[in-house]
Design a protein around this ligand. Structure first.
Ligand code: UT7
Length: 325
């Protein structure tokens, strides 16, 4: 049976030039390189320059993804940008990205699912491509979390950074089996009863201000592993695959301990886990495409590989996508 599949044509990513190390942070708040590395695995994060916006990061990553795909910007008819740090309350930053890429055709919108944003955006683009509403999609995760951090709160400011990653997806015909290239299955979940554990204390409708990120880290940690393993197992079950069949596990890059515990619970060989957080911290919706682009460019992820993407974040939201490269 012929089915539509969304195959990945290429990836790209971008990190702002300014690198803030753990030692730099120790000059700003009561923390240490030892504490941050032990508890999180993070060694440095990148911070957008003054005037450098989420859309700028997104465009830089998008251009690299287009180049890697051999696709002209003009061939894109859908742009989905996952972000919790838009340039403005409106218009959607995706529309600004569309404009900065010189496009006036097709359509663009933002997806807001915080750290799970990229998985949500890939699943959304996949649905549009499979139904024929679009043919070629640019899916981007881009964030400037440095703008919503409380730089005096050591429990949060050491964890996050700025960055962007992107993929180009194209509709192609598949056989309807797990041997097909492209997105094989996506599983999304949310539960708003956890709102107070990870949120921003401002917004256009509540305070009229942008606000700052607030997190009960231990509580988020407590839920993360079981939520992540639940959706990954759902993806395995839906496709009749398992941890042994997997070539690469590309998790949201929030905390090394969460990633290690999730992989262990799922029975995934540590050698198959892509970890890049030590260089960029938690970049929310950008973290999966940043890790994915690294693993594609250094030759780890290759044609035919089975790749699992997963994330969990504010809301709570969580999700997993299984695809064949
Ligand atoms: O994408 C999803 C988003 N969020 C996450 O994934 C984060 C999930 N949570 C975590 O990653 C971890 O909970 C943290 C890294 C945030 C914290 O690690 P923890 O092992 O849960 O530490 P804790 O919150 O229990 O804090 C332990 C101690 C506390 O001191 P006391 O009360 O034991 O004296 C904190 O005040 O560490 C202290 N502390 C710090 N010390 C040095 C908290 N932040 C820092 C810091 N530097 N930056």
């Amino acid at each position: 049976m012929t089915v539509k599949r969304s195959i990945v044509l290429g990836t790209g990513s971008y990190l702002p030039e300014r690198r803030l190390t753990n030692e730099d942070l120790a000059q700003m708040v009561d923390t240490s390189d030892e504490w941050i590395v032990q508890r999180t695995g993070i060694r440095a994060r990148h911070i957008a320059a003054e005037g450098e916006l989420t859309s700028d990061l997104a465009v830089a990553a998008a251009r690299k993804a287009l180049e890697a795909s051999g696709v002209d910007a003009g061939d894109i008819d859908l742009i989905i940008l996952a972000t919790a740090t838009p340039d403005n309350t409106f218009p959607a930053t995706a529309v600004t990205v569309q404009n900065k890429l010189g496009l006036t055709s097709g359509f663009a919108f933002d997806v807001h699912a915080v750290c799970s944003g990229f998985v949500y955006a890939v699943a959304t683009a996949d649905a549009y491509l499979r139904t024929g509403m679009a043919r070629r999609a640019l899916v981007i995760g881009a964030e400037t979390f440095s703008r919503i951090l409380d730089w005096e709160d050591r429990t949060t400011c050491v964890l996050f950074g700025d960055g962007a990653g992107a993929v180009v997806l194209e509709a192609a015909d598949g056989e309807g089996t797990t041997a097909d290239r492209g997105v094989l299955t996506s599983h999304l979940r949310s539960d708003g009863s956890h709102k107070d554990k990870l949120y921003v204390d401002g917004g256009p409708s509540s305070t009229g201000t942008v606000g700052h990120l607030r997190m009960q880290g231990k509580e988020v940690f407590r839920h993360a592993v079981s939520m992540v393993t639940d959706v990954v197992e759902a993806a395995f079950e839906a496709t009749g695959t398992d941890a042994n069949a997997l070539d690469w596990f590309i998790p949201h890059q929030a905390n090394r301990r969460i990633i290690d515990a999730s992989a262990k619970k799922l029975g995934i060989d540590p050698a198959k886990v892509v970890i890049t957080l030590e260089d960029h911290g938690n970049t929310s919706a950008a973290s999966i495409p940043l890790a994915l682009d690294r693993a594609v460019r250094d030759g780890r992820v290759a044609r035919g590989d089975l790749v699992m993407l997963e994330a969990m974040g504010g809301g709570f939201t969580w999700g997993a996508t299984l695809l064949r490269w």
